[in-house]
Design a binder for this molecule. Structure first.
Ligand code: SF4
Ligand code: SF4
Length: 583
């Protein structure tokens, strides 16, 4: 049966068909929906881990026990999981294990743009890369076969465009049935140096065997056409090349590591010019050049951001290589700057931080939007869990106490606990604000250890942040309601006055998790003196019209934060739809 699936749904379906019984990951765009789709199958144990390293370690355990395991993460997550990954290459597997790295060219929702194809080479493991949903479903099954046949973890690399676009997938109900079996083998699985040194040689001969296999791998194929130009390409770039140059010869590579050297050499020998089209780094091109072959690519094709047919056409047109197919022009979409939602519980905290002119080290999550005007309440944001260490480092360098870290609840569980322990250990008087909105909001409201809900819907015991931080030894711990601006300010003043580390837990659910029961507010035009103080909040429901503030009652959730700022009592409950001035 053919069904229309996104790349993420197709990977989940393919993994299910391949007999995966354990799946683990940390949410991160563009990978999140893979695990959410797999969680719908009752005979799969799918779970969110506190971070990608733990997710991979869970997957490794399942694999060693003989189950097929899938581990999902976005590209930066692989940095976190790199430690167990590199050693897993040495131990090999028992049940097949596949790790998804979802790269984000163009940084649609990421703090950097990194090309994770390099991880496959560095870790000495095979990598596959699909060009669409159909191939994604097929490749994930192949990945498990390769994993078990060559006794290796397999990386499956996707990019945002493949993860989120849809194409037809043959989605049968067949599923590989595999009984886990385990045999103790410390020489293989216990990587003390004496064992690891022997496994190092196994890794090398495995890569040689995989290099031969790459020549026959059916995902690597030549599509012969006009031989004036031959394109060498993979992933989503293949689709762009095919659309722009439908008559050209194309070598499509689905096994990214190791590359099929003989196949590539033969292809280059049979075309007049060979051009590599690949997103981000010249990963394929550099290897081909390293073999002493002549190839073009990065001299035309940009290495920053996502490619598309227009970019490829224009880049090659400059070299007088004319694309026969015209692009379909799409209309320009209006620009919508990202901003915190109306009634977002983080707004009151950022407003207060901004008014107090504190130095704010931020972290990864939707609260990073506290950097946007008019709040402007963020000084740094580096990576998951970095805020607390950044704040501590700033304090060490300057001795200042007006330095805070803000970190979301999910991010705190991911990698905020260890740096908080460090502030306690060093007794650096930094203030950590845990913005606990009871969810992983930015990636689509996933649960985590603090929410009390597991991925497959069961309730569990929630982690208590107050008890946890007190158990670390931190004595100054306050729990506050971020809608109460006076409470927020008092807590901050008390915390930054301490000579030891302090924690503020700002607790209120994200409005996407728990809808506000309050009705909207409105501005009474007669009372509004046009001071614009309420505009400093940056709430999208408040705008400026005819020298007065106006509240959009359709989007206002009645959080009441703006009313606390208005000294003229001009912001009141919405009661008079006909007479209410300023609505
Ligand atoms: S704070 Fe009050 S008085 Fe000032 S602009 Fe806003 S609604 Fe008007
Ligand atoms: S009450 Fe004020 S701050 Fe809260 S959502 Fe409505 S307009 Fe925005």
């Amino acid at each position: 049966m053919k069904v229309l699936l996104t790349g993420n749904e197709a990977i989940a379906h393919g993994a299910y068909a391949a007999g995966v019984t354990v799946a683990c990951g940390y949410p991160g765009t563009p990978s999140t929906e893979i695990l959410e789709s797999l969680a719908k199958y009752e005979d799969v144990d799918a779970s969110w881990a506190p971070n990608e390293k733990v997710a991979l370690e869970v997957g490794i355990g399942a694999s060693l026990a003989g189950a097929r395991a899938l581990v999902t993460m976005k590209h930066v997550g692989l940095n976190v999981a790199a430690d167990p990954l590199f050693t897993l290459a040495y131990t090999g597997v028992n049940g097949g294990i596949v790790v998804i790295t979802a790269d984000d060219p163009g940084m649609h929702s990421s703090q950097n743009e990194q090309d994770n194809r390099h991880y496959a080479k560095a870790a000495k493991i095979p990598m596959l890369e699909p060009s669409d949903s159909s191939e994604a479903a097929w490749l994930i099954e192949k990945a498990f076969t390769i994993s078990e046949r060559f006794d290796t973890p397999v990386l499956l690399r996707t990019t945002t465009r493949v993860n989120h676009s849809k194409s037809l997938v043959d989605a049968s109900d067949e599923r590989v049935q595999k009984e886990p079996s385990y045999e103790k083998d410390p020489q293989k699985y216990v990587m003390v140096p004496a064992h690891a040194q022997k496994r190092r040689e196994v890794v090398e001969s495995r890569m040689a065997a995989l290099a031969d296999y790459a020549e026959e791998f059916p995902g690597n194929r030549v599509e012969w056409g006009d031989r004036q130009i031959g394109f060498i390409t993979s992933g989503i770039s293949y689709q762009y090349v095919r659309e722009t140059f439908p008559e050209a010869s194309v070598l499509k590579i689905a096994m990214i590591n190791p590359l099929p050297k003989r196949m590539i050499t033969d292809f280059i020998d049979h075309v007049e010019r060979a051009i590599v089209v690949e997103e981000l780094d010249p990963y394929i091109e550099d290897q081909i050049r390293g073999w002493g072959l002549t190839v073009e690519g990065r001299n035309y094709i940009p290495g920053i951001g996502e490619l598309n047919t227009e970019i490829i056409r224009e880049a090659l047109n400059e070299e007088e290589i004319e694309a026969p197919v015209e692009d379909v022009k799409t209309e320009e979409m209006p620009q919508r700057p990202p901003m915190l939602c109306p009634g977002c519980p983080h707004r009151g905290v950022f407003y207060t931080l901004s008014r107090m002119k504190l130095i704010v080290n931020g972290d990864i999550g939707c609260y990073t939007l506290g950097v946007m005007p008019p709040l402007n309440a963020m000084d740094s944001c580096i990576c998951m869990g970095a805020s607390i260490g950044n704040a501590e480092g700033m304090h060490k360098a300057t001795g200042r106490k007006d330095i805070v870290a803000v970190i979301g609840d999910s991010t705190f569980v991911h990698s905020g606990i260890t740096p908080l322990i460090n502030t306690f250990y060093n007794q650096d008087p930094t203030t950590t604000i845990i913005l606990d909105n009871r969810t992983t909001a930015m990636t689509g409201r996933q649960g985590h250890a603090g929410t009390g809900v597991k991925l497959q819907g069961e309730n569990t015991k929630p982690l208590d942040f107050e008890q946890l931080t007190r158990a670390i030894g931190i004595e100054s711990v306050q729990v506050i309601d971020p809608y109460e601006l006076k409470e927020v300010r008092q807590a901050l003043e008390e915390a930054i006055a301490q000579d030891e580390p302090s924690v503020i837990i700002s607790q209120r659910p994200c409005l996407l998790v728990e809808r506000s029961k309050n009705g909207p507010l409105m501005v009474t035009a007669d009372n509004c003196i046009g001071c614009k103080v309420c505009l400093r909040l940056g709430c999208p429901s408040i705008s400026w019209k005819d020298e007065r503030a106006v509240i959009d009652t359709a989007s206002c959730v009645g959080c009441g934060v703006c009313a606390q700022l208005c000294k003229s009592d001009a912001i009141v409950e919405y009661t008079q739809p006909d007479k209410g001035a300023g609505i």
